[in-house]
Design a protein around this ligand. Structure first.
Ligand code: ADP
Length: 356
């Protein structure tokens, strides 16, 4: 039997159920007390009733609990992201616009041969904006956004992964139009599990494939599955077929890096000239969007660090603006996280399977 391992937070919503269980227990005990002459038999019966009640409650609770857990932890209620905040990735933006945003706006135009794909694979190095662009697609098309990393299915939801997958697609249907974003899909749908594959992982994988097939088959349902991976090479061919569109999410090019640095600098007082921003953009070739974000954050900390103890009392307006020199310091600390070999493998995979 599988046991639920809820996170501490998910224990709270069960208060009502606990009360109900306690009431049932009280009633049963009251009945037992009133029949004093045949105590033993009655107690036995009461115990049995109690056990049965608890069992039934447990059964119904599991789904309810999972649904609550999905609402709490998987439905993404973060503030909306717009495509304008994303640096570069123009082809991916266009593809997602055509696959989900336009069909949501003009469903009558996207029928028959124009029925949009229901499965999209975003592949590329880590930190290049796969999650961000999936979230922006959901924000722009007013879809409920479900975001989960496949590795947490096998770790965080131990023993419950299979039911969770089922409930996830159930909730997505209830709340359509929906986008389910599954990050690190490779950790779930690897080519061949082999004999080392855990039974629980195998069951999650099977359930996921069943649900994926259902959700990506032609139907009126408005559910889009977006999967993210840095290791598309590891994916099973059968799975790849379900993701009709395979879109490469590369590291930002020079223009995208410049754009991203400019967006980030809007959040902090700074005295960088356009020329200096261009220099930073030039030397950050190979950095991912996440690396550039970290670099800018590191640079922004310089003015604070050099204050030493004074930082505890100084007024905010007296802190000097972020400068080009801070970037030069930060560049020594924050290095690109993408390996050259990993990148060339991804580029090769894109040439073989990618849409663009
Ligand atoms: P991935 O899912 O590809 O690993 P994320 O979407 O989680 O990457 O990116 C992590 C963070 O890096 C984002 O929240 C964002 O702050 C920044 N980032 C990455 N790529 C971009 C981009 N193209 N434009 C703007 N910000 C980006």
């Amino acid at each position: 039997p599988q046991t639920l391992k809820p996170k501490p937070r998910s224990k709270t919503p069960t208060t009502r159920q606990t009360k109900r269980a306690l009431n049932t227990r009280k009633t049963t005990l009251k009945k037992t007390n009133s029949r004093t002459n045949n105590t033993n038999t009655t107690k036995k019966k009461a115990n049995e009733t109690e056990k049965k009640t608890n069992k039934t409650e447990k059964k119904t609770n599991i789904n309810q609990k999972l649904i609550e857990q999905i609402e709490l932890e998987i439905v993404d209620n973060k503030s909306p992201v717009s495509f304008d905040e994303i640096a570069g990735l123009e082809q991916a933006k266009d593809a997602l616009h055509e696959t989900i945003i336009l069909p949501n706006l003009r469903p009558e135009l996207f029928t028959g041969l124009r029925t949009p794909a229901k499965g999209i694979l975003l592949f590329g190095p880590p930190g290049t904006g796969k999650t961000m662009i999936a979230r922006a697609t959901a924000s722009t098309s007013n879809c409920t956004f479900f975001s989960i990393s496949a590795s947490s299915l096998t770790s965080k939801f131990v023993g419950e992964g299979e039911k969770l997958v089922k409930s996830l697609f159930y909730v997505a249907r209830e709340r359509q139009p929906s986008i389910i974003f599954i990050d690190e899909i490779d950790s779930l749908l690897q080519k061949r599990g082999g004999s080392n594959e855990l039974e629980s992982s195998r069951r999650i994988k099977t359930e996921f494939l069943v649900q994926l097939e259902g959700a990506t088959s032609p139907s009126e349902e408005r559910i889009l599955i977006i999967a993210g991976t840095n290791r598309p090479n590891d994916l099973d061919e059968a799975v790849l077929r379900r993701f009709v569109k395979k879109i490469y999410i590369p590291p930002p090019d020079y223009n995208a890096r410049k754009f991203l640095i400019k967006i980030l600098l809007k959040k902090q007082q700074n005295d960088l000239t356009n020329n200096q921003i261009e220099k930073v953009a030039k030397v950050t070739n190979g950095y991912s969007g996440a690396d550039i974000t970290n670099l800018t954050k590191e640079a922004a900390m310089c003015a604070i660090r050099e204050l030493g103890k004074k930082v505890e009392t100084i007024s905010k307006s007296k802190i000097r603006p972020l400068s080009y020199k801070d970037f030069l310091k930060a560049l020594k600390i924050i290095k690109p996280s993408i390996s050259k070999q990993g990148l060339s493998e991804l580029e090769q995979w894109n040439r073989n399977y990618g849409c663009y």
